[in-house]
Design a protein around this ligand. Structure first.
Ligand code: ROI
Length: 160
């Protein structure tokens, strides 16, 4: 069965704009998957340690028959192909971060994966691009992304 899935992309190292474009292209080629839409790119101030570059963020919508964990494996393989090195530092800089933010209307809690993404309601760099491609989207708990946006500071983020 095909499911609508939203993926958040972020990069602040090694030509972030190219990293994001390359990742969207790689996502569009995943097995059993169709790219439905992709947001504009957004430049955003880092959340977390401030001694790192600004981020480029985007969200894409796919339709896929991959189950959540096989899809997570594919996304982590793309991160690795694009030179992501996992560091011990929490919230440090990264060449590419691919987050499974929503998987249909499912709530998933397991060791490797929490869906919806645990931080998405606090992150303008997820909510703004998500709303751009899906203005009416609702989270599994019934909250509307459009209402979440009203609770967020939009300082330090702009569409490119
Ligand atoms: N900050 C911004 N602006 N964008 C991100 O994608 C991002 N990703 C992260 C942390 C380090 C929390 N900060 C971020 O993982």
């Amino acid at each position: 069965m095909n499911q609508d899935v939203y993926i958040g992309l972020g990069s602040n190292l090694e030509s972030p704009i190219s990293q994001i474009k390359q990742a969207v292209n790689a996502i569009s080629k995943l097995p059993q998957t169709k790219l439905i839409s992709s947001s504009s790119l957004y430049q955003s101030e880092p959340m977390g340690p401030q001694d790192q570059n600004q981020y480029i963020n985007a969200v894409v919508k796919i339709s896929t028959s991959l189950s959540p964990l096989p899809l997570l494996d594919e996304l982590q393989a793309i991160e690795k192909q694009q030179g992501r090195v996992r560091k011990f530092e929490r919230w440090g800089p990264r060449t590419l971060d691919l987050d499974l933010i929503l998987y249909a209307e499912q709530t998933i809690q397991c060791e490797r994966l929490t869906v919806p993404h645990y931080g998405m309601k606090e992150r303008a760099f997820v909510i703004l691009p998500l709303l751009e491609i899906e203005p009416d989207i609702q989270l599994p708990d019934g909250s509307l992304a459009a209402e979440i946006k009203n609770t967020l500071s939009l300082v330090g983020i702009h569409k490119l």
